[in-house]
Structures are given as structure tokens and as C-alpha cells.
Ligand binder design. Structure first.
Ligand code: 10D
Ligand code: SF4
Length: 321
């Protein structure tokens, strides 16, 4: 039998920052407050954030997750997920007389506003993002045509643009910072007049978590990312660690950590995507301790202090006036 325990003095290095961002905190609080104020069931269109643990917890408290609005009874309360929705979905909710709370992250809404302004100015828009992701559907759904999706440098080569002097780009908020830079460089090479966002659309939380992995990777022999399989930003953290030459695995429950990943390793890096709760990260620490890791060491990194306000209808009653 091979020895599958970590090295006797193995340390767990904790990336800083990791885990919940301000948009996820706000989205979860919106569901919890709606449940408190209006009682169960509260309908949520799409997973409020891409984390199985968070979704299961809210489901236990009375949230009902639906794929589309036709699953929501007329007059009920529905919450849009943090990833945002298209105009069509918003209009459909109004037509059905639903009581809506919007948990779209304000940093996703910022991109929606950019799209609307650019279309009003007659620009064609390239969106950099992942096909089929709900944020991409929501952002592209702010425009009635005139938008095209690119996922890679290869896609840029085949783009057909009517008027390159009236062209702009926007991006998904949770992309790989490095890959996006390459795609933007390819766009600028082909379309030198392309307009870009004043400040990049990749959000502060995505940037900070990727920077933290870059700082951690050279110090560890393996990286474990806490995140669910459908979480874009968590997947980007795992890919980044691998690109930096460190084997990396994504888990969303402690029992998924395989002993062979950490066998003989002295330094194990741990991080968590923006939708992964700290309680889950701590349960992974416990699992690693059971497997034989001894010390836990928080790494240096940025302290985030971002917070977004709740929608008016969910503020404490005294603050709502
Ligand atoms: O898949 P993802 O990274 O976009 O979403 P997740 O729910 O995992 O994390 C929060 C990010 C959001 C809501 C997009 F901005
Ligand atoms: Fe908002 Fe960024 Fe968090 Fe997405 S990852 S919810 S854009 S703060």
C-alpha cells in the first residue's frame, strides 16, 4: 500500500483574499431577507450563486430555485440571481405580475449599462465571455442584436464587423485576467479603433483572487480550490494554478479531497471561489488535517472592504423611508 498521507510537517497555506465577494454576500442576503419578510416559498430564477452548498442551505430555508419564470406562480415573489438577466426576462416578469427583487451584482449591472449606452450610440459590441453562461446571456440580452460573442483569440480572427470605426468591447466579470488580455490585444490588433471600458469589466474580486493564486502558487506543491463545477470564477482559479505549473483540483465538499492529491506534499495551497462559503473552506481544512496536514498559515494579501447596498424593499423598515 503506498503512503497517501501528506509529509509529516505539512502546512496548509490559505490564499488571501478567497471566498465570498460583495456581490455574493448581497445576493444571499437578499434571499434570506425576502424569506424573513415574506415567508416561504420565495422563488429564485437560476442558482442565486453557483455554489451547491449555498443553494442547498437556502432551499432548506424555503427558497425554490427555478430555471424559467413560467415555473413561478402568478403574483409570487421572484429573485433574479447575482449573474443578471436579459431585458426579455425582466419584461416577462412584469407581464406575469411577479414581485421582483434583483440580486444582480452591481458590477454586472455596470456592464449592462455600458451595453445599453454603446448600442444607443450605434456601436456594434464584442462581448468576451463563455457561451451559455447566465451572465453572458443576461449581458447580451441588454441589446436587441448588434452584439457578438468571442471566447478565444481564434474567434477574433473570424469576426465580421460592419463598421470597425463604431465598435466596442465588454467582458464577463469573472474571466481569466491573462487570457482576456490576450483576446483584447488580438481585438486591438485587428480593430485599432475599438472602444474599451474606462475600467476593465473583470471585477475587483476576480482580479484579487487570481492575484492571490499567483502569489501562492510558487510557495506550494498542490492547490485546492473550493468551488462548484459550474462556477466560472472558481474554474479560472484552478486553471491559473495549473498554468503556473502546480497541480490543482476543485472540490465543493470535504469528502471529494483525494488522499493521493496531497500524498507526501509539504505545502498545500487552499483558495475558494467568490461563491464558496468560508465554512466550506474550513471543512476542507479539517479534511486535510484528518489526512495528516499539521499547520495552517494565512498568506499575506489584500483585505477587501467592498459592500453593496440592498434593494430598497429589503432594507430594515426604519431605513426604508
Ligand atoms: O460562474 P460565476 O463565477 O460567474 O458565478 P459564481 O456564482 O460562482 O460567483 C459569483 C459571480 C457572479 C455572480 C458573476 F459576477
Ligand atoms: Fe460581483 Fe465580481 Fe462577485 Fe461577480 S464576482 S458577484 S461581479 S463582485
Amino acid at each position: 500500500m503506498p503512503d497517501l498521507t501528506p509529509a509529516p510537517d505539512a502546512e496548509i497555506l490559505m490564499a488571501q483574499p478567497r471566498g465570498f465577494c460583495a456581490g455574493v454576500d448581497r445576493a444571499i442576503e437578499i434571499v434570506e431577507r425576502a424569506l424573513e419578510r415574506f415567508g416561504a416559498p420565495i422563488y429564485v430564477r437560476h442558482e442565486i450563486v453557483h455554489n451547491a452548498y449555498v443553494v442547498a442551505d437556502l432551499r432548506r430555508k424555503g427558497a425554490v430555485f427555478v430555471g424559467e419564470l413560467d415555473e413561478v406562480p402568478a403574483g409570487a415573489t421572484v429573485i433574479f440571481s447575482a449573474h443578471g438577466v436579459s431585458r426579455e426576462v425582466r419584461e416577462d416578469a412584469a407581464r406575469r405580475g411577479l414581485h421582483v427583487f434583483d440580486a444582480t451584482c452591481p458590477l454586472v449591472t455596470k456592464v449592462h449599462v455600458e451595453v445599453s449606452k454603446l448600442r444607443a450610440q450605434g456601436c456594434e459590441i464584442v462581448m468576451i465571455g463563455h457561451r451559455g453562461h447566465p451572465e453572458v446571456e443576461g449581458t447580451m440580452g441588454q441589446a436587441n442584436g448588434g452584439m457578438v460573442l468571442v471566447e478565444s483569440v481564434g474567434d477574433v480572427e473570424t469576426l465580421q464587423i460592419a463598421d470597425p470605426s463604431r465598435l466596442a468591447y465588454v467582458t464577463q466579470t469573472t474571466l481569466s485576467v491573462d487570457e482576456t488580455r490576450e483576446i483584447v490585444a488580438a481585438l486591438k490588433a485587428r480593430f485599432p479603433e475599438i472602444r474599451e471600458p474606462k475600467k476593465q469589466d473583470i471585477c475587483y474580486a476576480t482580479q484579487n483572487r487570481q492575484d492571490a493564486v499567483k502569489f501562492m502558487a510558487p510557495q506550494v506543491e498542490v492547490v485546492i480550490v473550493v468551488g462548484s463545477p459550474n462556477s466560472s470564477n472558481s474554474n479560472r482559479l484552478r486553471e491559473l494554478a495549473e498554468r503556473l505549473g502546480v497541480p490543482a483540483y476543485m472540490v465543493d465538499a470535504p469528502e471529494q479531497v483525494r488522499p493521493e492529491w496531497v500524498a507526501g506534499k509539504r505545502r498545500i495551497g487552499l483558495t475558494a471561489g467568490a461563491s464558496a462559503p468560508e465554512a466550506l473552506a474550513q471543512s476542507i481544512v479539517e479534511r486535510l488535517r484528518e489526512l495528516g496536514a499539521r499547520q495552517v498559515r494565512p498568506l499575506d494579501g489584500i483585505e477587501e472592504n467592498m459592500a453593496f447596498p440592498l434593494p430598497r424593499g429589503l432594507l430594515p423598515t426604519s431605513a426604508a423611508a
